[in-house]
Design a protein around this ligand. Structure first.
Ligand SMILES: C[S@@+](CC[C@H](N)C(=O)[O-])C[C@H]1O[C@@H](n2cnc3c(N)ncnc32)[C@H](O)[C@@H]1O
Length: 193
């Protein structure tokens, strides 16, 4: 059976913190899997803000949401802009109230998408910083890292360094990684103090 996959473990950490009515952020909408997961967990009174720089990703996310019965999941706001703008894009009244921020880095896993269009440390690190500031106390931030593709290793190392250097007064950071497969995706998570 083995341990939980990295994505399942990220969902587990987040679902343990979310309750109906919560606000959450998907920093990398992609095909919308995490947005849908967050929308279900936040429930009909909740709100999910979902970012992606590619319209194709937001269209895929929108299509995924459209299959759900409306009224049962959270309101979802799709934002076609960089996650580095998270603080400017979220209403001021939800700053410090966000229960979870999820990052799934790398490229859009969809037909016809440009695999060279990947997340990069120059925007990922400011976005992580912003995500942390938006979280409420005991909120959780997750980042799935992909060291196996070109550029992914540098980004994964940058995120790890960022998490290691985070003052304990800001939160506790952990890593979830299969040690025998250095190129496999892995997870860094922050429990906000
Ligand atoms: C690995 S995919 C996300 C997978 C997604 N969570 C899913 O369930 O399908 C990474 C996404 O990050 C997006 N991305 C790249 N740079 C970004 C940025 N600066 N801000 C927001 N999204 C970005 C890409 O367009 C891509 O769709």
């Amino acid at each position: 059976m083995g341990f939980l996959s990295v994505l399942s473990f990220a969902h587990k950490l987040v679902s343990e913190r979310l309750t109906p009515g919560d606000i959450a952020v998907d920093a990398t909408a992609g095909t919308g899997a995490d947005t849908l997961f967050l929308a279900k967990a936040c429930g009909m009174k909740g709100h999910v803000f979902s970012f992606d720089i590619q319209q194709q990703a937001l269209d895929l996310t929108q299509a995924r949401m459209a299959k759900e019965e409306s009224g049962l999941i959270a309101e979802v706001t799709l934002l076609n802009t960089s996650h580095a703008r998270m603080e400017q894009e979220l209403p001021v009244n939800v700053h410090g109230q966000v229960a979870a921020v999820m990052f799934n880095l790398g490229y859009l896993p969809a037909e016809g998408a440009d695999p060279a269009l990947i997340t990069v440390p120059d925007s990922t690190i400011p976005a992580l910083e912003a995500g942390l500031r938006l979280l409420r106390p005991r909120g959780v931030l997750t980042a799935v890292l992909y060291p196996g593709h070109p550029g992914g290793e540098i980004e994964a190392a940058a995120v790890e360094d960022w998490a290691k250097a985070l003052p304990a007064s800001m939160g506790q950071t952990i890593i979830y990684r299969q040690l025998q497969r250095p190129s496999a995706p892995y997870l860094v998570a922050v429990d906000r103090k």
